[in-house]
Design a protein around this ligand. Structure first.
Ligand code: SF4
Ligand code: SF4
Length: 355
């Protein structure tokens, strides 16, 4: 059976106030917030962006979502989880400060920021799932205490998962710190000594102090490494290498199974929204931003798999290229294929014009 995916088409770089006007018109006439009841606590999950990068969904859009949740009597708040890697998002305090710097203030969005996994990212619940890799996954604890979840995702390419959509935003983005570590544990990079300039950047960013100098070059302790790929991202000299054929597929499957865990907790009290605007080669966690194609629009669905499936379809239709040609040349549909394998959601969608 297919799932409905509503599609609000936008022009490339369309004025934000024009898009918001059309978004409000769609939300007024649709019943996609009907799952919100009076007094429901509703978590609005998004990504607050990385320092100096502004591909993330603008706070003005989230204000609209929050307003419609309030109109139904719900109490919305913005939420996120800590990252594995060091930086401005690795604990709740720094992360909330970054969110405020990027405009996610209560004045602008009408919603406070409450982290889903506690101050250190270690507050979690174990959720039973019928996956092929796991029968339990570790999800941010806050989800077990709310009555609704809205996930607003900036859709991008991704260096390891092929694409960053709803599945990645909830599978990795709503996993607890331990849940994230478990997902990354199969992919461990190595350092090519000849290329290493000993700049030390990877040592600074490694979240578990797995890298140190040996004979004047960086070296990874494979026992300590949790496979987070942070060193790969920060090395400017192509000295960090991954065995992609072993790693990308497993990671994408693990992301999908954690997404299934989120879906198990929330049931049908969810709404997923993909913003196919400012689509970039890499996800919003990276320190660089490169727009790779014209904007497509905004998608809405109650099915986390169908919305990503529809997003890839529309991206390929608009750009005339596969996402792997626009982003990183790795197999990129594993999350969808694995969803089919484990009976999670549906890749079949019915596109409904939201205008
Ligand atoms: S970032 Fe790259 S070049 Fe710099 S120390 Fe690490 S591996 Fe070597
Ligand atoms: S060495 Fe391992 S844990 Fe450290 S940054 Fe690289 S992938 Fe992550």
């Amino acid at each position: 059976m297919s799932a409905k995916v509503y599609f609000l088409e936008t022009k490339d770089r369309e004025n934000i106030s024009d898009v918001i006007e059309r978004l409000e018109a769609f939300l007024k006439k649709s019943d996609i917030f009907s799952f919100v009841s009076k007094k429901d606590l509703v978590a609005v999950k998004t990504h607050f962006g990385e320092k100096k990068i502004n591909g993330f969904i603008k706070p003005e859009f989230l204000e609209v979502l929050g307003r419609f949740i309030k109109d139904r009597g719900g109490s919305p708040f913005l939420t996120e989880t800590s990252t594995l890697y060091r930086g401005d998002r690795s604990n709740a305090i720094d992360h909330i400060k970054l969110a405020i710097d990027h405009g996610f203030t209560i004045e602008k969005t009408g919603m406070p920021v409450i982290m889903a996994d506690g101050i250190h990212g270690d507050e979690e619940v174990e959720v039973d799932i019928k996956g092929k890799i796991y029968n339990k996954v570790k999800i941010a604890a806050l989800l077990s205490k709310v009555q609704g979840l809205v996930v607003a995702t900036h859709f991008t390419g991704h260096i390891v998962s092929g694409f960053g959509g709803t599945l990645k935003n909830i599978g990795m983005g709503l996993a607890s710190r331990r849940g994230k570590m478990i997902q990354h544990s199969t992919s461990k990079p190595k350092i090519k000594k000849k290329k290493c300039t000993a700049c030390g950047e990877c040592i600074r960013w490694c979240p578990v102090e797995a890298i140190d100098y040996k004979d004047g070059k960086a070296e990874i302790d494979q026992e300590k490494c949790i496979g987070c790929a942070e060193c790969l991202a920060v090395c400017r000299f192509d000295a960090v290498v991954y065995n992609w054929s072993e790693s990308y597929e497993k990671l994408q499957q693990k992301i999908t199974e954690h997404a299934m865990g989120v879906s198990e907790i929330m049931g049908d009290k969810t709404l997923y929204i993909n913003f196919l605007t400012s689509i970039s080669k890499d996800c919003d966690c990276m320190g660089t931003y490169e727009k790779v194609m014209p904007d497509v629009g905004i998608l809405f669905s109650n099915d986390p798999v169908a919305i990503d499936s529809a997003s890839l379809h529309l991206i390929e239709k608009r750009s005339g290229k596969k996402l792997s040609e626009l982003s990183h040349n790795i197999p990129y549909r594993v999350q969808l294929d694995h969803s089919v394998d484990i009976g999670f959601g549906t890749v079949d969608f019915e596109l409904v014009d939201a205008d």
